[in-house]
Design a protein around this ligand. Structure first.
Ligand code: HT7
Ligand code: ZN
Length: 879
């Protein structure tokens, strides 16, 4: 397989004004008839080109131009294309193909999931349905006719409005859907099945009534309320915050069991993984409720940022994904706690995206080449892309950013555009020069900021020296400096101090001038603040104003000042993390020297002070109590000794539990819920703090506390508390573990999404022998390797969230993963390639582990018939 390059982009030689499709859905095979109205693209410089259409795994039945059937000598077919050498400037192409959705295990194109037909066309799945110009800059008006057995498939859906329906004499139903908005093929969708709908309406800001439907299997009708509420909240929020109104009279969501990702934003017919739409308190955790809210909003927001304005080519993927993730993050922040949302997002970024940016698959937010686009639905494109949009928001401020987004939508409605067009709109609306800022789209790697501070008591001056550096990444060395918005405040004993910045241009964030965004643009810069009566504690990178690694030589007392006094929630939490890292470093060094480390009293004292502070947001407090995750620590320590990290962290957790036993017990009791379950911010915060306390208390090994966990497991009415209790019983090898797991399975065996959580809890256990347990669970009747949710719950959880077992010294974890990748390579290449990622990070680990990981990569590479997806990741990782 070879790479394609952004620099080679050229406009399509043909355009498709109208696309008419007729699907005859059958139990053996499906026939697809297409009628495409084509014309030469006046913008193309090749006025005589033949027509080359994309197509994969298709059986070509017939081909005709303007009513004349083509003979075999007039066209040629390869594995991925259909070429017709001679075509008129304008013509109608009719094509019939046969496909086999029942045999399609890749979950791309048209496939069957739990008895229903459904599609997934992004990024290049439409070519598995029929021959087409399957590229996002070819936008066409679609009319879709579906014929299927009326009894088996009472619901037949596609994009847009239903314009016709009839029952045929042969027992089939025929429906016609028409979507008036031109769209690329990746937004096409079709669904056929025996589904029921939960219905509601939404009245837009201009008084149009939109019919909302969520289609699910009958048994799931009681799990749609939260998704429907989330959808209506998202629709209102997009009107209020971005001025975006919904543009059709219907909006449908369909839930399917087998889905490679979370959901898909097909025009007016969103298709969702059941895990991202179904929720009810008895089966779904708080995190699950929040995920549903976030994903429903994300897909809805794509209607403007992705559908009305789409991407010119797949190198521009972050144009829609980064922007839409930023939009959904702001929405979730507004619906719940902004600080908690920010901390969650930064944690993900630091543990996952920073790792990607430091590994063999590192790529810019706008990549310049790829072998398989499906491999580029990454945390860099999504999460770092969202950070790039957030930085523009920070640099421009909310009003100018809104002006910029209005201009972007106005200029480009109905077009397929580039990241550059987005930046140009932001510049035009704000008057700000973003030339240097553009490097964020071009450069891979996580920039590092080395900051130091010095106070001149005589002059009352505080000087911040900021150095920036971006490490080399594959194909990129000696990178120029980036434009980094660096939000700062200076804390005094009695609160944040007024900032007087000498000479330098900076934007004041606050009316009282206590917070500023510094423009870091050079390799080294100094910022001098004057009129400071005392030595301040710098509060840096407030709100995580840029996706960088910050190094500042904080003293312990300064970190404690930030933890207890900073006005920025993110910085308070981060100071806790940094102090946790200092503790971890000391504990690991002691362990290496064969000595016992005792947790520092100032750290536990600071946490005790937080636990005693009733005014603190409980969700924040819960997050501050948690030591840096093993995944984040694996980004901090080099090389990564996963066993040393795990054991030191567990020891510190136990010592913290001992030091905080009384306040944790009080907190656990204080947070018990008297109210019936609601997934609101206040209750979620209380449950989070309660269950964090319980997890600590269980480390004490006290029978009385174990009894509380067993009671919580047996008696709680909601999945958040029940699963938290089960998790702690499993993680602490409680005597009730086996029985709890069994009864949990018996209670929920008919709910696949709950059973996924059951798989997950077991796969994440750090107990020895978990690999053997995972292997035996793969033979459990509830496991199915063809279902991506099951693969993620059992196999990916083990490989990603269970470092000590995955990195077993005998290499059995690596061999297990390689076996699964090889098994999935043929049936579902996208899932195989995603699963493979932990092996690709081999360079981070000690020599012995490196060799074993590399050997497994080489074993995969030697497999015959490697998919493009797996080939790209393995070949880039192994070298
Ligand atoms: N835009 C959607 C991407 C997507 C996808 C990509 C590759 C393979 C399968 C997929 N399913 C959905 C999801 C989103 O970001 O909204
Ligand atoms: Zn998206």
């Amino acid at each position: 397989p070879s790479a394609i390059f952004l620099k080679d982009y050229s406009v399509p030689a043909f355009l498709i004004d109208a696309t008419e499709l007729r699907f005859e859905l059958g139990e053996e095979a499906t026939t697809v008839h297409s009628c495409l109205t084509l014309r030469r693209n006046p913008a193309s410089d090749n006025a005589t080109a033949g027509l080359t259409l994309h197509g994969a795994e298709l059986e070509l039945l017939s081909l005709a131009i303007d009513g004349n059937t083509l003979s075999e000598s007039q066209w040629s077919v390869s594995e991925e294309t259909l070429c017709i050498a001679e075509v008129p400037d304008q013509f109608e192409l009719r094509c019939s193909t046969r496909i086999y959705p029942q045999k399609n295990t890749s979950l791309e194109g048209l496939y069957k999931s739990s008895g229903m037909f459904c599609t997934q066309c992004e990024a290049e799945g439409f070519r598995k349905i029929t021959y087409y110009l399957d590229r996002p800059d070819v936008m066409s008006v679609f009319t879709v006719e579906i014929l299927a057995d009326a009894n088996t498939y009472p619901v037949l859906l596609s994009n847009g409005n239903r314009t016709d329906v009839e029952t045929l004499e042969d027992g089939r139903t025929r429906v016609v859907w028409h979507d008036p908005f031109p769209k690329p093929a990746y937004l096409f969708a079709l669904v056929a099945g025996d589904l029921q709908a939960v219905e509601d309406t939404f009245t837009t800001c201009n008084g149009r009534v939109v019919e909302l439907k969520i289609y699910v299997e009958q048994k799931d009708l009681d799990k749609c309320e939260h998704a429907m509420l989330s959808l209506k909240n998202a629709m209102r929020w997009d009107e209020q915050v971005y001025g975006r109104e919904y543009d059709l009279d219907i909006f449908n969501i369909v839930a399917v069991d087998d889905f490679n990702m979370g959901a898909m934003e097909n025009k007016s017919l969103n298709i969702f993984n059941t895990s991202c739409v179904l929720a009810k308190p008895e089966t779904t955790t708080d995190a699950g409720f929040q995920r549903v809210e976030g994903v429903v909003a994300h897909e809805y927001f794509h209607n403007w940022s992705g559908n009305r304005v789409t991407c010119r080519d797949w190198f521009q993927l972050s144009l829609k994904e980064g922007f839409t993730v930023f939009r959904d993050a702001e929405f979730s922040a507004d619906m719940g706690s902004p600080t908690v949302k920010r901390v969650e997002d930064v944690s993900l970024l630091r543990s996952t995206q920073f790792a990607e940016d430091a590994g063999p698959m590192a790529h810019p937010v706008r990549p310049d080449s790829f072998i398989e686009i499906s491999n580029f639905y990454t945390v860099t494109i999504y999460e770092k892309g969202a950070e790039v949009v957030r930085m523009i928001h920070t640099l421009l401020g909310p009003e100018l950013f809104r002006k910029g987004s209005d201009l972007y939508f106005e200029r480009h409605d109905g077009q397929a555009v580039t990241c550059e067009d987005f930046v140009l709109a932001m510049e035009a609306a704000s008057g700000m020069d973003l030339s240097q800022f553009r490097r964020w789209y071009e450069l891979a790697g996580t920039p590092e900021l080395d900051v130091s501070g010095s106070y001149d008591a005589e002059q009352g001056r505080y000087t911040l020296t900021v150095k920036q550096h971006c490490p080399d990444t594959p194909g990129q060395t000696n990178k120029p400096p980036l434009h980094i918005p660096f939000s700062v405040a200076l804390l005094g004993e009695a609160g944040a101090l007024r900032l007087n910045l000498q000479g330098q241009e900076a934007d004041s964030e606050t009316a009282d001038n206590t917070e500023m965004v510094l423009h870091v643009t050079e390799a080294q810069q100094q910022f001098v603040f004057s009129e400071l009566p005392e030595e301040p504690v710098p509060s840096l990178l407030r709100g995580f104003s840029a996706p960088v690694k910050l190094h500042f030589p904080y003293r312990r007392d300064q970190l404690i000042a930030l933890i207890t006094r900073d006005t920025d929630g993110f910085c308070r939490w981060d100071a806790c993390q940094q102090l946790g890292i200092l503790e971890m470093t000391a504990a690991m060094e002691s362990a290496k020297a064969g000595a016992d480390y005792q947790l520092s009293a100032d750290f536990s004292g600071a946490l005790a002070q937080l636990l005693a502070d009733d005014s603190l947001d409980k969700a924040m407090l819960a997050m501050m109590l948690v030591l840096p995750s093993e995944a984040y620590l694996a980004e901090v320590f080099k090389p990564v000794d996963v066993h040393a990290i795990h054991h030191a962290r567990e020891r510190l957790r136990r010592q913290l539990a001992e030091a905080l036993r009384e306040p944790l017990l009080q907190t656990y009791e204080r947070c018990q819920d008297a109210q019936p379950y609601q997934a609101n911010a206040e209750q979620i915060a209380r449950r989070s703090l309660k269950n964090t306390s319980l997890a600590y208390l269980m480390l004490l090994g006290e029978e009385g506390i174990a009894q509380k966990a067993r009671e919580q497991f047996a008696e709680s009415q909601n999945m958040t508390d029940r699963l938290a209790a089960l998790t702690t019983l499993v993680n602490n090898e409680d005597s009730a573990k086996a029985e709890a797991l069994m009864s949990f399975y018996q209670d929920w065996q008919h709910e696949p999404l709950v059973i996924n959580q059951w798989f997950q809890v077991q796969a994440a256990s750090s107990a020895p022998g978990t690999l053997e347990k995972v292997k035996s669970l793969m033979n459990h009747p509830a496991f199915d390797i063809r279902n991506p949710n099951k693969v993620r719950a059992l196999i990916a959880t083990f490989c990603v969230q269970n470092a000590v077992n995955f990195h077993r010294e005998d290499g059995a974890g690596y061999a297990f993963l390689a076996d699964q990748v090889i098994a999935l390579n043929r049936s579902n290449p996208q899932i195989a390639s995603r699963l493979l990622q932990p092996l690709s990070k081999w360079r981070k680990y000690p020599e012995a582990a490196q060799q074993k990981m590399q050997a497994e990569l080489k074993r995969i590479l030697a497999e015959p018939d490697l998919s493009r997806d797996v080939y790209e990741v393995v070949s880039k990782s192994v070298s």
